[in-house]
Design a protein around this ligand. Structure first.
Ligand code: ATP
Ligand code: MG
Length: 420
């Protein structure tokens, strides 16, 4: 019997609804933030990836599916989407009318690496790119979009790791310091790192060999070498994320596996798939459009590992009780608690599976509990809602809200919920 190629897999009919759900939510967020969908080819000239991703990277050195076609042209199955989108942006002179463009794309990527859970040779990415905006607010916006997507999927505990890789102005100073540091440790570095030292010393910081990791402890960081402009840029990214309540940590060891990044780089890490791995990664690449033959136009983007995201959401769903309550009452404050308790009894007696929490905790932690209990609906009752006679009934599946009056909430809720 002929089976799939190693590292390639079928996504079976039982699994596709989850893929569709995530894609729909992502498309909605992208639309809200002004992104348009773009679809790019699955194959490109090898040169495109070699030049953009960089010769001394894992992807180009050992992961690409490259082959000559019948006429001998060197072709490669795309290992990522950014290079193709940049090529398309330049090829169609999309910058001519207005350099500011925001794109997203969803589709398969190909990398020949060792398959394991969450790592495949054909895998899928949800990718976003913004052209023509140099402002740090856009860096924060992209991280916020990732945060929003994960939030809408009910994921918590994912944190953005951010770093700044500097620019052509400050990179040489950093590289010099790093080279000095590496030269003093040449005898313990792996062969790969010795080669990287020549070609692109930054890559050594990404080495997974334990001896190299140890030797690189205390290595110079890009953050200590940022020029004033890069420094201000990175400060604004951070203050904006804070103002928007997006959780992040500054991680000065984050360098990313592609050469084209400058300034802000970020990854969203999770331990949900065993060892810590990234569900998404991205960064600014202000020089790439020009390097690939276009005008000097700044850009930034990210890629989400779609397969990994599906695994995480599926895992979360499995942990939830199968038959959660029809309704979870979130009572905020004493008055609300009293009201909710009385309504709860009536609802239970009328045959509805309703629950509440008596701990008096915050809205955020009660919403978390409702989610964990897998409640289909949540009624939010606080002093403000009672005062304004506007209780909030939220459908946790469709994420839609209805306002309920205090007149006869039990009747109204029963009617609404049994209709769903
Ligand atoms: P890793 O360090 O896990 O190899 P990466 O830095 O090579 O990731 P990126 O090039 O940043 O990955 O791609 C963006 C996202 O695509 C990653 O964060 C990850 O979620 C996903 N991804 C990358 N390679 C694979 C793969 N082989 N299989 C499944 N998902 C992948
Ligand atoms: Mg990789």
């Amino acid at each position: 019997m002929i089976q799939t190629i190693r590292g390639f897999r079928d996504i079976l009919p039982e699994e596709t609804p989850m893929w569709q759900k995530i894609e729909t939510i992502a498309a909605e967020i992208f639309r809200n933030f002004g992104f348009q969908e773009i679809r790019i080819p699955i194959m490109e000239k090898t040169e495109l990836f070699a030049r953009s991703i960089g010769e001394a990277t894992d992807i180009v050195e050992k992961e690409m599916y490259t082959f000559p076609d019948r006429k001998g042209d060197k072709l490669t199955l795309r290992p990522e989407a950014t290079a193709s989108i940049v090529r398309s942006y330049i090829q169609h002179k999309m910058y001519a009318a207005d350099p500011v463009r925001k794109f997203y794309t969803v589709g398969p990527m190909f990398r020949r690496e060792r398959p394991q859970k969450g790592r495949y040779r054909q895998f899928y990415q949800i990718d976003a790119e913004v052209f023509g905006i140099a402002s740090p607010y856009i860096d924060a916006q992209l991280i916020q979009i990732l945060n929003e997507l994960f939030k809408r999927l009910g994921l918590s505990g994912l944190k953005a790791h951010i770093n700044s890789l500097g620019c052509p102005e400050c990179r040489p100073g950093f590289q010099k310091a790093l080279l000095e540091f590496l030269s003093a440790r040449k005898d313990v570095l792996c062969d790969n790192c010795l080669r990287r030292m020549e070609k692109n010393p930054l890559r050594t910081l990404d080495c997974k060999v334990p001896a190299c990791r140890k030797a690189l402890e205390g290595a110079p960081t890009t953050l200590n070498h940022l020029c004033p402009d890069c420094s201000t840029h990175f400060d604004t990214v951070q203050s904006t994320l804070k103002a928007q309540n997006v959780e992040f940590v500054v991680d000065n060891t984050l360098v990313r596996g592609l050469d084209y990044y400058s300034r802000t780089a970020f990854e969203i890490l999770t331990t949900a798939l065993g060892a810590q791995s990234a569900v998404a990664g991205g960064g600014r690449y202000d020089a790439l459009v020009q390097e690939l033959g276009g005008p000097q136009i700044p850009a930034i983007g990210f890629a989400i590992g779609f397969d990994r995201l599906v695994h995480i959401v599926e895992q979360l769903e499995q942990e939830k009780p199968k038959d959660g309550p029809d309704l979870f009452l979130v009572a905020l404050g004493d008055k609300a608690m009293e009201n909710c308790h009385l309504w709860l009894s009536q609802l239970n007696l009328s045959g509805l599976k309703a629950e509440m929490d008596y701990s008096g905790k915050s809205l955020k932690s009660l919403m978390k509990r409702a989610d964990k209990r897998n409640a289909r609906n949540v009624l939010i009752v606080g002093d403000e809602e009672i005062k304004t006679d506007a209780l909030v009934l939220r459908n946790m599946e469709t994420r839609t809200q209805t306002t309920i009056s205090m007149d006869d909430p039990v009747a109204e809720i029963t009617k609404l919920i049994s209709n769903i």
